[in-house]
Design a protein around this ligand. Structure first.
Ligand code: KG4
Ligand code: ZN
Length: 339
């Protein structure tokens, strides 16, 4: 089955074609980062308007790259939630309109399920069951994954998500938006050990996270020290060390608690090099295997939506003019995928 996938939940328009036998045929992305950078964060109305502009040209592009036509598509997947309502509506309505015109089934995909299944696009995909560390701009969760749609929450963030903590900390250090990549780049020049920040909830005895206190600690450090480039780099490194240590140790604890030996890392923060190094190091020591998507499939993309949609689409699936969206949607509430 050839599935067109459309991602439009936040500030990236992603479109892809995934074939259940032939794999990923093409994918294309337009990032709105430059447009939102001027405002220091995502402006929802601008995001929606830009998705409208990009989604059809990107669809034409992937069809061209895959050597396919609209008539070859057999099903359409779009991001149903969670995300910005207006942005989600663009992908949802375009998917519904195309499906109506082409008489095709549609499926709404949970954005985080897309992230979580993205490592399955790789050559040596993880087998179920596994533990997933989902670290994106809006979520920091540890999940026990027993199959597609079978997700049990092991731990969640009590306040800011890891990506959000990166973004807010970068902002208060004047590094602009999006903060994660900028902060980790500056941290490369940091002096190890100059500053030490707390490891929130490291010994809480559960698998939950809390990152909002870290940004306050960073603010205090920034106020106490001169604001030169080296100091900012040293603070970035201390911040990243704290987040990486907490994410790594809680992931190891989740593997121990579930008795599993495979860890999947997904979501934008999964692109962080130091986190990857920390987890790979722990994997060697504690004897587990860690799986990542390609860097470009860590952050938002259409390939993960086409893939997750392909797992859930059936030729006899939904064919209505409705295009539901769910701006808020708990991953653990998803239904298991029928075999
Ligand atoms: O998964 P994603 O693309 O979008 C959401 O679903 O939220 O994640 C975006 C988040 C942002 O907070 C961004 O700062 C963070 O991922 N991020 C990073 C890196 N690349 C992206 N954080 C740390 N290090 C990175 N290299
Ligand atoms: Zn995402």
């Amino acid at each position: 089955m050839l599935v067109l996938g459309i991602e439009s939940s936040c500030d990236e328009t992603g479109v892809a074609l995934y074939h259940t036998e032939r794999g990923l045929l093409a994918h294309a992305l337009h990032s709105q980062v430059a447009m939102h950078a001027e405002y220091g964060g995502v402006v929802p109305e601008l995001a929606s308007r830009d998705h409208i502009r990009r989604v059809l040209p990107l669809t034409r592009q992937v069809l061209h790259e895959a050597g396919c036509t609209l008539q070859d598509i057999e099903g359409i997947a779009y991001t149903e939630g969670p995300g910005l309502a207006g942005a989600l509506l663009v992908g949802a309505s375009v998917a519904a309109a195309l499906a109506f015109a082409l008489k095709l089934p549609t499926v709404g995909v949970h954005h985080l399920e897309g992230h979580l299944l993205a490592p399955l696009l790789e050559e040596n995909p993880p087998a179920f069951p596994f533990v997933a560390l989902l670290v994106s701009g809006g979520h920091s969760q540890l999940m026990e994954v027993t199959g597609i749609g079978q997700y049990a929450t092991l731990g969640d963030t009590l306040d800011d998500a890891a990506g959000e903590a990166f973004d807010k900390t970068a902002k208060l250090l004047g590094l602009g938006y999006p903060g994660g990549p900028a902060l980790s780049k500056l941290a490369l020049q940091g002096t190890p050990g100059r500053f030490k920040l707390p490891r929130p909830m490291l010994n809480s005895g559960d698998l939950n996270f809390s990152f909002s206190g870290l940004k306050t600690a960073v603010l205090t450090l920034a106020n106490q020290n001169q604001q030169d480039e080296q100091t900012r780099a040293d603070i970035c490194l201390a911040f990243q060390d704290a987040i990486v240590e907490v994410l790594t140790k809680k992931s190891v604890a989740a593997l121990k608690q579930t008795g599993l030996s495979r860890l999947v890392v997904a979501g934008g923060v999964g692109a962080n090099r130091q986190l990857r190094e920390g987890l790979s190091h722990a994997a060697g020591k504690k004897n587990f295997k860690v799986f990542y998507p390609k860097l470009e499939f860590c952050t938002d993309n259409g390939a993960m939506i086409a893939f997750a949609g392909a797992m859930r689409l059936r030729p006899e699936g939904r064919r209505t003019m409705n295009f539901p969206i769910k701006p808020r949607w708990d991953l653990a509430q998803l239904e298991a995928c029928p075999a």
